[in-house]
Design a binder for this molecule. Structure first.
Ligand SMILES: [Fe+2]
Ligand SMILES: [Fe+2]
Length: 323
């Protein structure tokens, strides 16, 4: 863990008061005093989260035109639009920490900021739409339900709203999976193949193991995080394995077994070299995802300019009216 910088002498009292508020379960609001380190850590987490929501639209957006029915197309379109909304709520929340959204987006586009490694995997079949909803949104729910109790008010409140929508995403995904699981042998095989590809990357979504997570200690202390990465990962596995059994799907982990004493589904070793490689830009789709975001940003420049010009005109009119 990175050592905490020593606050200047005159800030010691503020820090003590801040930590007492956190310990009492109070929520920290944008205008409240906070240590710079808390602000930085939150900004890093919230901007990564917002970027993940927005980049996360790409793998599924890829299948909107190929959805097998109008009903599926509507659900998928609604889900992808929800993710754009999640990105917007969280960017707005992040801006309350004092950094402009345009700066955060710049950090994503020039590769300085990270986003969830799961979105650097390709979506190769229709079954991926079911499996992403079931596993990826399912993992997001486990993570975000806990973040809804985070100490920073704007982040916690955004999570409450987002979690409601994530539940719909997970259900629609699992429903796609149930239809495929009860379909033709080719459909069942397509589902199994998608689970084989997405299982391990979904477990990696919770981040490095606690023994190798440089930011966790500080985030737990300040109640930005309320559970460790490994605790959340175990919770996800415990919730998901029974759902895989209900689908008649094999989880691609020969070491998976139920520990009767603890009630935990114990799982095999995660390939962290893959996780780090993807995070460092060497996943199957890193280049493609960033290129798509850069293109969308450039093509949307006129919209931002028009919105700014409109806002300036409204301000000027209001100024005239007031005079
Ligand atoms: Fe989302
Ligand atoms: Fe979602």
């Amino acid at each position: 863990m990175t050592p905490l910088p020593t606050p200047p002498a005159d800030d010691a009292a503020l820090l003590a008061a801040f930590e007492a508020r956190i310990a009492a379960g109070e929520s920290i609001e944008p205008k409240d005093w906070m240590p710079e380190r808390y602000r930085k850590q939150l900004l890093r987490m919230m901007s990564q989260h917002a970027h993940s929501e927005v980049v996360g639209m790409l793998p599924e957006g890829n299948w909107i035109t190929r959805a097998p029915s109008l009903r599926r197309k509507l659900a998928l379109l609604a889900k992808v639009q929800d993710e754009a909304g999640h990105g917007l709520y969280i960017y707005c929340g992040a801006e309350t920490l004092g950094t402009d959204r345009s700066e955060l987006v710049e950090q994503l586009l020039d590769g300085r900021a990270k986003y969830s490694s799961i979105f650097n995997y390709p979506t190769l079949s229709w079954a991926d739409m079911g499996v992403i909803g079931w596993l990826v949104d399912g993992a997001a729910i486990v993570n975000q339900t806990v973040l809804a109790k985070a100490s920073y008010g704007p982040y916690a409140r955004a999570m409450v709203r987002i979690c409601k929508e994530e539940n719909f995403h997970k259900r629609q995904g699992y429903e796609v999976c149930t239809v495929l699981a009860n379909g033709t042998p080719a459909q069942r095989e397509m589902l199994q193949e998608a689970v084989n590809r997405f299982w391990w990357p979904s477990l990696m979504m919770f981040g490095p193991s606690d023994t190798d997570s440089p930011n966790s200690g500080e985030l737990l202390k300040w109640r930005v995080k309320r559970k460790t990465n490994d605790e959340l990962r175990q919770r996800f596995v415990n919730l998901t394995v029974p759902q895989a059994i209900a689908l008649g799907i094999t989880v691609p982990d020969p070491d998976l077994r139920l520990n009767e004493a603890t009630g935990d589904w114990e799982f095999g070793a995660i390939d962290w070299s893959e996780f780090h490689a993807v995070l460092q830009g060497h996943g199957p789709c890193n280049q493609e995802r960033l290129a798509a975001r850069r293109q969308a940003h450039e093509e949307g420049a006129w919209v931002r300019e028009a919105a700014a010009a409109h806002a300036a005109k409204q301000d000027a009119r209001r100024g005239t009216a007031a005079a």
